[in-house]
Every structure is written in structure tokens, then in C-alpha cells.
Ligand binder design. Structure first.
Ligand code: HMG
Ligand code: MG
Length: 295
């Protein structure tokens, strides 16, 4: 059944800016304020990872300290381990996300451990988050392909998703990290995951490297998925997935959903202005087709 309303989780400040030239904390704060002003209710604002691995996110604690909160908006961050969680919690993050992978090689390259070891690292974090009532989202990367291993079985995606879900993640976000998936595979993969995670607790996180993200989302809408991760101006990529481009542009997603009569609560004009501004700051073209058409 097609949803009448969709939730968008904005990735620009995290997944986007983690893989662009570093910008100032002030520029991030402006971007985040503009996104909230455009009506976005869920904003992933930073990540508490090793600053040696991802220097662009090294100011995340400072960012959260300065971040003016807007009522009804949730500001989240990535936390790969207990250390990251403790820092995140000390600066008042509303929500955190752990990130695992359906590919062994990607797990090693991204977080320097095997899938099993990553689960062990998440366990104490989950316990602490539960004690402190901080919601945890779970990402699974490489759900439609891996930059090192190529094809990934949907059964492996479902296996890792089920583990994260049973650990207490309130939502599982399925990442097509390198944007290689196509619609029928995307739908089959989501159907398999939906056997172990309720469909309304699944989110889709599709990078748009091959221009397939909108088609893939469209193919999954009828399954009842209604949460999508996207990045304003199509910012970003992934530092551990060479050649990967950014998430699907939020402007393109919002345009398609509105055109299909699916409400997002987002003001497209304000969103486009936010994307144009950050694109100008990092000195590149806005990667959203819709933003370019309407600017
Ligand atoms: P490690 O080397 O295995 O960890 O890294 P360690 O515990 O041995 O620590 C090594 C050093 O890192 C130590 O510092 C720790 O203190 C420090 P040193 O003694 O060398 O100075 N450290 C930390 N510092 C700050 N915050 C922390 C933290 N933990 C340890 N939380 C680790 C493991 C995960 C930390 C490392 O591999 C890392 O930071 N990786 C970066 C991962 C990352 O951010 N990737 C990009 C985001 S994931 C993504 O984009 C995919 C997604 O969008 C979905 C999709 O598209 O598929 C989510
Ligand atoms: Mg991503």
C-alpha cells in the first residue's frame, strides 16, 4: 500500500559533508538551521568517529554544543562504539546511529573490524543508550553491492538487519552505499528484510552514484516503506567507498514524493535555497537536478 506521508532523514550535514572539502562549524550550523527552517524534522548533524579517519567530522562535539535546537526537530549523530556514544551523549545528541555492514570487506575498511566484532562493539553502546533512553538507529551498508566484494546476498542483509533490530535499534536504514542497485533487486532485498524487521521500521538510504536511487525508492514504496535518507544538493559520498557519490538529493526526492501526492512537510523552495548556499560554500555545482531546474 502506497504511503500518504513520508519521513525524510536529512544526511547533508553528515554523510554529505564527511566527504566534501572541510567547511567551518559555522557553515554547518547555518546549513542545519536552513534545513530545519525548510521543515525537515530529522537531521543527522555529525559523527563521533576517529578524527584521523574522518577529519571533516572532527568538530561534531563543538557543533552539537552550539546547535540551536528547534522544537520537533531531532538532531542525530553516528556513533561506532561506546567512546563515540559517550561523547555524543555529553553534548546532548537527541539520537544516535550505529553502523554495520552486510559485507565483511566493507566492515573492515570502514570501521576496522569484522561484522561479528562490530556487533560486540555495539553491545555496550546499546545497553548504555537504553539506560539513558536515547533512541538508536541501525545502518546496514552495502545492501545492494559492495565496492570490494561486488554482489551481496539479500539473505546476508536480512541477517545483519535482524541482529541490529533485535539489539534494540528502533529503525534499520538500508544503505546502497555505492548506489549500484536497480529497482527489482532493491524491492527483493527489502522484501527479505521485511521478513525480519517490520516494514514501518525500515528506512532506505540510497546513494545516487548510478542515477538509480529514485527508481529504487519508487519500486519499494508499494511495500509500505515510508522513511528515506537523502542529502540536500546530493552532497557527499563515502570515504571508504571509492567513487561513490552522494546520497540521493533531498530536493529530487521531495519533488517526486510531492508529485505522487505523498506529503513530506518540506518547503521545496527553502530546501533548494539551503542546497544552493552550501554548494556555493564548498565550491561546486548543486547535484540536485530539481534544484538546478528551479533555480
Ligand atoms: P580502530 O582503530 O579500530 O579503533 O577504529 P580503536 O578503538 O583501536 O581506536 C583507535 C584510535 O581512534 C584511538 O585514538 C581512539 O581513541 C580513537 P589514538 O589512540 O590512535 O589517538 N577512537 C575514537 N576517537 C573519536 N571517536 C571515537 C573513537 N573510537 C576510537 N568514537 C573506528 C575504529 C570505528 C573508531 C574507526 O575505524 C573510524 O573512526 N572509522 C570511521 C568510520 C566512518 O566514519 N565512516 C564513514 C561513515 S559510515 C557511512 O558513511 C555509511 C552510511 O552512510 C550508510 C551507507 O551509505 O551505507 C552510514
Ligand atoms: Mg551513506
Amino acid at each position: 500500500m502506497m504511503p500518504s506521508q513520508a519521513n525524510i532523514v536529512e544526511m547533508g550535514a553528515r554523510d554529505g559533508l564527511q566527504n566534501e572539502v572541510a567547511v567551518t562549524t559555522d557553515a554547518k550550523l547555518t546549513l542545519i538551521a536552513n534545513l530545519a527552517e525548510a521543515g525537515i524534522k530529522k537531521i543527522e548533524a555529525g559523527s563521533f568517529v576517529s578524527p584521523k579517519w574522518v577529519p571533516q567530522m572532527a568538530d561534531s562535539a563543538e557543533l552539537f554544543r552550539q546547535l540551536p535546537r528547534q522544537q520537533g526537530v531531532t538532531y542525530s549523530a553516528l556513533t561506532p562504539n561506546l567512546k563515540g556514544f559517550e561523547i555524543a551523549q555529553s553534548v546532548g545528541v537527541d539520537e544516535v546511529a550505529i553502523f554495520g555492514s552486510a559485507s565483511e570487506s566493507f566492515s573492515q575498511k570502514n570501521i576496522n573490524c569484522s561484522i561479528e566484532e562490530s556487533i560486540e562493539r555495539f553491545t555496550p553502546l546499546m545497553q548504555k543508550a537504553k539506560q539513558q533512553n536515547i533512541p538508536v538507529r541501525g545502518y546496514v551498508s552495502c545492501v545492494l553491492g559492495c565496492p570490494y566484494e561486488g554482489h551481496i546476498n539479500a539473505s546476508e542483509v536480512a541477517r545483519v538487519s535482524e541482529i541490529l533490530y533485535k539489539m534494540g535499534c528502533y529503525q534499520i536504514s538500508l544503505g546502497d552505499t555505492i548506489g549500484v542497485g536497480t529497482p527489482l533487486d532493491a524491492r527483493k532485498m527489502v522484501e527479505q528484510v521485511a521478513n525480519v524487521v517490520p516494514i514501518d521500521q525500515i528506512a532506505l538510504h540510497f546513494h545516487d552514484t548510478y542515477g538509480q536511487a529514485l527508481a529504487n525508492i519508487q519500486a519499494c514504496l508499494a511495500l509500505g516503506v515510508n522513511t528515506f535518507d537523502s542529502s540536500v544538493a546530493g552532497l557527499g559520498g563515502c570515504p571508504y567507498a571509492k567513487g561513490a557519490s552522494g546520497n540521493l538529493a533531498t530536493e529530487d526526492l521531495v519533488y517526486m514524493l510531492h508529485g505522487m501526492g505523498i506529503d513530506t512537510g518540506i518547503d521545496l523552495t527553502k530546501l533548494i535555497a539551503a542546497g544552493n548556499q552550501i554548494s556555493q560554500i564548498i565550491g561546486r555545482q548543486n547535484n540536485s537536478k530539481v534544484a538546478n531546474a528551479l533555480s
